[in-house]
Ligand binder design. Structure first.
Ligand code: SF4
Length: 405
């Protein structure tokens, strides 16, 4: 029975295909880690180092903390780490991480708010129906007897609203894990440190909230198990694809990476990958040309039609005969009520009301087509018709038809 984790389930929710590559096929990603994830890890590692020393009463200086961060950064840096956002560089991220640590240091120094009892603490969560999960708590603090706080560091560029924090599965699971491991603990505070913003978000869970979370998590695990059984892992494209380390191995994007030597072979018996790319460019070019040609043709057709209409009006011929087709012209007039904001609209409604016509029309929220048929009938006197028509518009148009001889 696999051991699930919050991030494993999150991967399935974000993209089942990514889940398959990472957890079912255990494929090694071609692309490197993203800078956001690397910077997050370095900040976590530096804070873990800080608290480990603080546990032994060694409160390091702020400079020592940022030096440690620099050291970790150089030690663990890999050249294939990707900076997705074009306008930023790896150094920008390194600096951001450093600023996060400095702000954190200033806020919590000398780190004696509580007693740290666990760092990167592995927790096993027992769920109904024999499901099991694991997670690592960044920091577990003892506030008082029977009262602890679970801390999680976030380097993300957004702070979630309280309502979202109150529903968060990751820390909810950690709360459950603490309950299961230390049944004597009665109060658990959940604390997120959004270190980019020097911001704390706090929450807690009632027994009922934990029950709902457990039910939802078990259902999600069952979905994952069904997908695994059926081998059904569709791709789910989103903005997150840009940060996906399997992008080059995913059918949605693999062709884009065809030129990379270590990408899967993409040539077929029909054409090579580069021929396929050229075909896309050619297709776009043709479609663009077609669009331009078609609007040029529309303009030419309009000019010819208008020339023929003018000819018909001037000559009095209602139809003009070509070799195989005849073009016919028919003038028509359409009655139109003025728009809602037009002052004549009020005048028209006042006239209809005065004539006692508005009520019968109002029942059907004024049916203009019924009014038009009334205008054609003998139900209204010619004075009434004239008065109504005064406040209505007449649209004149010429209908043009081509008919085979
Ligand atoms: S690139 Fe997008 S669709 Fe493909 S596996 Fe990654 S997240 Fe899924």
């Amino acid at each position: 029975m696999p051991l699930y984790s919050h991030s494993r389930l999150g991967t399935y929710e974000n993209c089942p295909f990514q889940y398959k590559l990472r957890y079912v096929d255990r494929v090694k990603p071609i692309l490197g880690n993203t800078i956001e994830s690397f910077m997050g890890s370095m900040v976590h590692d530096a804070l873990e180092w800080l608290y480990k020393l603080a546990q032994d009463s060694n409160i390091v200086s702020k400079e020592a903390l940022t030096n440690k961060y620099d050291e970790l950064w150089s030690e663990k840096w890999k050249d294939d780490i990707r900076v997705v956002k074009k306008e930023l560089t790896a150094d920008n991220f390194k600096e951001t991480g450093k600023t996060c640590l400095e702000m954190y240091y200033d806020r919590y120094h000398p780190f004696d708010q509580a007693l740290t009892i666990g760092l990167e603490e592995r927790m096993i969560i027992e769920l109904p129906e024999d499901k099991k999960m694991q997670g690592y708590i960044d920091r577990l603090d003892k506030i008082a007897d029977g009262h602890v706080s679970v801390h999680d560091y976030k380097t993300s560029s957004r702070v979630p609203p309280q309502a979202k924090a109150d529903q968060d599965r990751q820390l909810g699971l950690y709360a459950l894990a603490v309950h299961q491991k230390y049944p004597e603990i009665k109060k658990i505070d959940l604390v997120w440190h959004y270190v980019r913003f020097d911001e704390e978000v706090r929450s807690s869970r009632t027994e009922k909230q934990l029950d709902i979370m457990v039910e939802n998590t078990v259902n999600l695990i069952k979905d994952v198990e069904t997908a695994t059984e059926l081998k059904k892992f569709p791709t789910k494209t989103s903005i997150l694809c840009n940060w996906c380390e399997f992008k080059a191995q995913c059918p949605e994007y693999s062709h884009q990476y065809a030129s990379q030597s270590n990408a899967p072979v993409l040539d077929t018996t029909t054409m090579t990958a580069s021929q396929a790319a050229e075909t896309v460019d050619k297709l776009v070019e043709l479609k663009e040309k077609k669009k331009t040609l078609s609007s040029d043709m529309d303009a030419m057709i309009e000019t010819l039609e208008s020339k023929l209409i003018t000819y018909s009006k001037e000559s009095g011929h209602n139809s003009v005969f070509g070799k195989d087709y005849k073009a016919s012209f028919k003038e028509s007039e359409t009655l139109k009520a003025p728009g809602q904001k037009d002052l004549r609209r009020y005048a028209l409604e006042a006239t209809l009301e005065e004539m006692g016509l508005i009520e019968s029309f109002q029942q059907k929220s004024i049916s203009w087509s019924r009014l038009k048929s009334k205008l054609k009938s003998d139900d209204l006197t010619s004075e009434q018709k004239e008065k109504i028509l005064e406040n209505m518009d007449v649209d004149k148009s010429t209908r043009f038809t081509l008919k085979k001889l």
